[in-house]
Write a protein that binds this ligand. Structure first.
Ligand code: BDR
Ligand code: CA
Length: 321
């Protein structure tokens, strides 16, 4: 059955590949792109989302602009050093001619979920502010969401934005904690797997070498991102973050998961860390103080293992045409 999805995104070089892969997957029906700050400011991310849809000749998919700042009002700043000043690897690109819908992201999400109860999978691949706002403004809407499959977090591995935290979660830890308390199925595709979906230089070059406009665009925007990441990892390759979440939607069997509730730390040096509530049994009675922070949270499917070459082949195949 075709999965109806809305991608909440901060494009972003790796978001761009993820969007193209999703649009080229017949198993998925992309009903909209909601935008968020993160790799760039929100207005730039909206512009990028519009341009990506124009390149893919999919302007039937609406773009809806989301929040400009995290819940605490304090955006840490665009990741220009990773994604370029324009969020597109500093490539020279023309402005999009299309416009976002004249509605806010939370209202769009609420309406699409209510029109398709228990059918919508939300796929956030940026900071979780829009989704947290949806859950708090429209209390109870989580019971109508089919699933949330998010790129973010780190359960058993170090962070990438700080030693303890992954970038999407660190950009709004308060929002992430609200999302992990949602009463619907949640899958976390975090650094535990995305850092292991590591493309070598030849595989990266291949992504941008096909004879279609989407692949050509990736070929233009990737070099800046790749240069940053190969220095960061001191290895001639790059991890595949957001497209791994898209791959999970189509091929969950490529991933191994653990099942624990998640609590997000919002203070101190662990701000943004996604902590697993290990030790919580199915019978939650008599847990004691030790596991209180995870109480009343549903278990999250936490991806911890991945067949990385299968994920890379899938992504490469979906950008090849
Ligand atoms: C995540 O942070 C962003 O820079 C990427 O687009 C990805 O969503 C990886 O930590
Ligand atoms: Ca992203």
């Amino acid at each position: 059955m075709v999965k109806k999805i809305v991608i909440d995104t901060d494009p972003g070089v790796d978001d761009s590949l993820a969007i193209f892969v999703a649009l080229n997957s017949p198993e998925l029906e992309v009903l909209g792109l909601t935008t968020i700050f993160g790799n760039a400011v929100t207005t730039t991310c909206t512009e990028n989302a519009l341009r990506l849809l124009e390149i893919a000749e999919r302007i039937d998919v609406p773009v809806i602009e989301g929040a400009n700042v995290p819940l605490n009002g304090d955006f840490r700043g665009a990741a220009s050093f990773v994604h370029g000043d324009n969020g597109q690897g500093n490539a020279a690109l023309s402005s999009p001619v299309t416009k976002p819908l004249d509605v806010d992201a939370v209202t769009f999400l609420k309406e699409i979920i209510e029109t398709n109860p228990n059918e919508i999978t939300l796929v956030p691949v940026g900071p979780l502010t829009n989704i947290a706002n949806l859950l708090t403004i429209h209390e109870g809407i989580d019971s109508k969401i089919k699933e949330i499959v998010l790129m973010g977090g780190n359960a058993q591995s170090p962070g990438n934005a700080t030693p303890t935290a992954e970038a999407n979660i660190l950009n709004d830890p308060e929002a992430a904690d609200i999302v992990f308390s949602a009463q619907c199925e949640i899958t976390m595709v975090g650094l535990d797997v995305t850092n292991n979906v590591f493309m070598n230089e030849e595989q990266v070059v291949t992504l941008g070498s096909f004879d279609n406009d989407k692949s050509k665009h990736i070929g233009k925007i990737n070099p800046f991102y790749f240069d940053f990441l190969k220095d960061f990892f001191q290895d001639n390759g790059m991890p595949v973050h957001d497209s791994s979440a898209i791959t999970y939607l189509v091929h969950p069997e490529y991933f191994e998961t653990l099942s624990y509730p998640i609590k997000v730390e919002t203070k101190g040096i662990s701000r943004g860390k996604t902590w697993m509530g290990m030790g919580i049994s199915d019978n939650e009675e008599g847990l004691g103080e030790r596991l209180k922070p995870w109480e009343n949270r549903r278990k999250v499917n936490i991806c911890i293992g991945v067949d990385s070459q299968k994920v890379i082949s899938f992504i490469t195949e979906r950008i090849s045409s």
